[in-house]
Design a protein around this ligand. Structure first.
Ligand code: WT7
Length: 657
């Protein structure tokens, strides 16, 4: 790849409160060898899509299996979009049935590896069969169209089977990441009013067993809507079976009929709910539809990952997150791809587990998160260097801004300077990738997600909604797109308030961004109280409420602090009740308390005990100041502070920590 001169990074503060730390000037032109075979290499397609986005999306939708064609591509009455209204489809016919007759019947759909080393490969036919059988089993348990089904499973093939079986019968799945606590599971089940829960006896993570069924039982003590539980036997883990309510997956499968007719869904019918953190209140149940969502994940999988029939695609995400929904379950299967699925940790038993999987299976496209890349960097290049990575032809990144240093390492050590890197920006809410390089067309700049995908309109706006031509501002999506969220489950007002009130009719994702002189978009991170830590989106408010629930805590404020591996880590400033001493032991207890309440993913790295917190005269905690203290920065404006001395006291405590 061609590379232009590197210039020294210089600190350049953008508008707003976000700072851009680097000015990155390296440019990587698309590799000619890659371009020659790329699914999308004609930039006329981009121009055409820009002038007629609906036409572009209609063409993409036309490549899916529909039972009845739509009558209108888009109906848009902000903030409500209807894509392909009047159309009828069942997404599993695109993801599975069509492949039984298009030559892919015996092609591997999933090449799965468990953490202990057990392996299973499912062809498209085998996957189709399991989905049909399990769909019948679910029907037998009284699940039907529109019912909600919660899924709390490790990364095993049954997770994908469960999602698709729900889709087959029109039930709405809500996958809850296996790392969430029983309380978090309970809240999600209750918010969605789920009728059935699919879980497993356990799952493996770093050699340990995650007792999913045990945790689920704790949650279910307080879930009145759940009628049945299906348990997948992953290992031989001890558990209690509740007669009448609990059913073994393998038993149901033995008895189930092998064909289940796909329920024909309206294009706009819900496909799934997925909970994600917002800056206030409880997690938001983001819900997506059948027709638009599938169109979006299909098109982006095809053009961003350049999927071909002989590829082996590996997205390392968990299906508990949207990345696993869109780029494991739906997008790649809609394209008839072969993919790798792995259950466990990247460093188990050694830090070369991923590279071993890549070389053993001949992975050609590899999609992971910057937090993982930084971990690989730290573990050292000797680990990837032990393996043959010559099959790789395209690399992807998602989840947070990738720092140029990590980008270059990824490019050199994993991609051997041969593989294009697609830095893909999107969200649970957007359903699919919106900002990304097109690998056969776009010249990339390390750290920039580059430009909007065809048919997407992304701009940088200032507070008032004026377009920023060059410089910093807020990222905004100005036109509807097929995979956009249709709402927050059960909370219309919050949907409107969160995304659609900053500028009327324009989607506000909550990210700061900068646009450079060449029109490249650089995502600068969240502008609200959401922290991206190790690829997980955590609301500071949720962690604060968890802390305050602890008997010894009176008040808490949580902020993000820069972290070498996680991108951001959580720091909690905590005020204790009268007479309670903040020591090491209590600090540990509070961290465990948060892990128990929300999940280990939300555990603060630092607890700073402080007799008081900086507040405005109206009593609002000034998180910006705490962030500055935590990041060791010079103090911002403190003139609105009720008690200016608080700052120096807290700063002192922080430095002692
Ligand atoms: C937030 C969405 C998209 C699937 C995984 C996360 C950040 C995501 C990028 C990227 C910079 C990124 C944003 C976004 N983000 N991808 N390529 N560059 N930032 O989904 O949990 O809904 O989080 O992740 O801040 O708003 P999510």
């Amino acid at each position: 790849m061609a590379r232009s001169k590197k210039t020294k990074p210089k600190g350049k503060p953008a508008n707003l409160t976000i700072e851009t730390l680097l000015t990155e000037n390296r440019v990587f032109k698309p590799n000619p060898v890659f371009v020659k075979q790329a699914n999308l290499r004609d930039s006329a397609v981009l121009r055409k899509a820009a002038s007629d986005p609906e036409g572009f999306w209609a063409e993409m939708a036309g490549e899916l299996v529909w039972n009845k064609k739509w009558s209108q591509v888009l109906e848009w009455k902000a903030p409500d979009a209807k894509w392909f209204a009047g159309g009828k489809l069942n997404v599993t016919e695109t993801c599975l049935d069509q492949h039984l007759t298009n030559g892919r019947k015996n092609k591997a759909a999933l090449i799965w590896e468990g953490e202990p080393g057990d392996k299973r490969t499912l062809t498209y036919y085998a996957l189709w069969k399991q989905v049909n059988k399990f769909a019948n089993a679910l029907k037998g348990l009284g699940v039907g169209k529109g019912d909600r089904v919660a899924i709390y499973l490790p990364m095993i093939p049954e997770l994908i089977v469960s999602m698709l079986a729900c889709a087959r019968i029109g039930a709405i799945h809500s996958v809850v990441f296996g790392g969430f606590s029983p309380e978090s599971l309970r809240d999600r089940i209750n918010d969605a009013g789920a009728k059935l829960l699919i879980t497993a006896d356990g799952g493996y993570r770093r050699g340990q067993i995650i007792p999913l069924k045990h945790d689920a039982d704790v949650a279910l003590a307080d879930c009145p809507t759940i009628e049945s539980v299906v348990i997948v036997k992953r290992g031989d883990f001890l558990l209690r079976v509740k007669e009448g309510r609990d059913h073994w997956y393998h038993r149901l499968m033995q008895e189930a009929k092998s064909y289940c007719p796909p329920v024909q869904m309206g294009s706009e019918d819900p496909l799934f709910i997925l909970y994600t953190s917002g800056s206030t209140g409880k997690p938001k149940g983001i819900w997506h539809t059948c027709g638009g969502y599938l169109t979006g994940v299909y098109a982006t999988s095809k053009y961003v990952f350049d999927l071909k029939d002989n590829d082996v695609f590996w997205c390392t995400a968990d299906c508990g997150w949207v990345t696993g929904h869109s780029y494991i379950t739906y997008g790649p299967l809609a394209n008839g791809a072969t993919q790798v699925m792995y259950e466990g940790a990247p460093d188990w038993p050694d830090p070369d587990r991923f590279w071993q999987i890549v070389s053993e299976n001949g992975v050609t496209i590899f999609y992971t998160a910057p937090t993982a890349i930084r971990a690989f960097m730290r573990w050292g290049k000797e680990w990837p260097d032990k393996h043959d990575l010559s099959t790789l032809r395209l690399l992807g990144s998602v989840g947070e801004p990738i720092n140029p240093e990590a980008w270059i390492w990824y490019h050199e050590v994993i991609g051997k300077e041969r593989c294009p890197i697609v830095d893909t920006w999107w969200q649970t809410e957007t359903g699919h990738i919106l900002i990304t390089p097109i690998p056969g067309i776009t010249s990339t700049k390390p750290g920039s997600a580059t430009h909007a995908f065809p048919g997407i309109s992304a701009v940088v706006l200032d507070e008032k909604g004026n377009v920023v031509k060059e410089g910093g501002g807020y990222l905004a999506i100005t036109k509807p797109w097929p995979g956009m969220l249709r709402g927050i489950w059960g909370d219309r007002q919050r949907f409107v308030d969160t995304y659609w009130t900053k500028w009327p009719g324009i989607y506000f994702p909550g990210d700061g961004a900068k646009i450079d002189k060449d029109g490249y978009i650089w995502i600068l991170g969240r502008v609200d109280d959401v922290i991206n830590t190790a690829g997980h989106r955590i609301s500071t408010m949720e962690v604060e409420s968890a802390l305050v629930e602890h008997a010894s805590v009176v008040e808490a404020a949580v902020v993000g602090i820069p972290h070498e591996l996680k991108g951001e880590a959580l720091a909690a400033f905590v005020t204790l009740g009268k007479g309670i001493i903040g020591d090491q032991k209590l600090s540990g207890q509070l961290k465990d308390h948060v892990a128990r309440k929300i999940g280990a993913l939300a555990k603060p790295d630092k607890i700073i005990f402080s007799a008081d917190l900086p507040k405005t005269r109206s009593g609002k905690i000034m998180r910006r100041l705490l962030r500055d203290i935590a990041a060791g920065k010079v103090m911002g404006d403190t003139t609105t502070l009720a008690d200016p001395d608080v700052i120096s006291r807290i700063k002192k405590r922080y430095e002692e920590e």
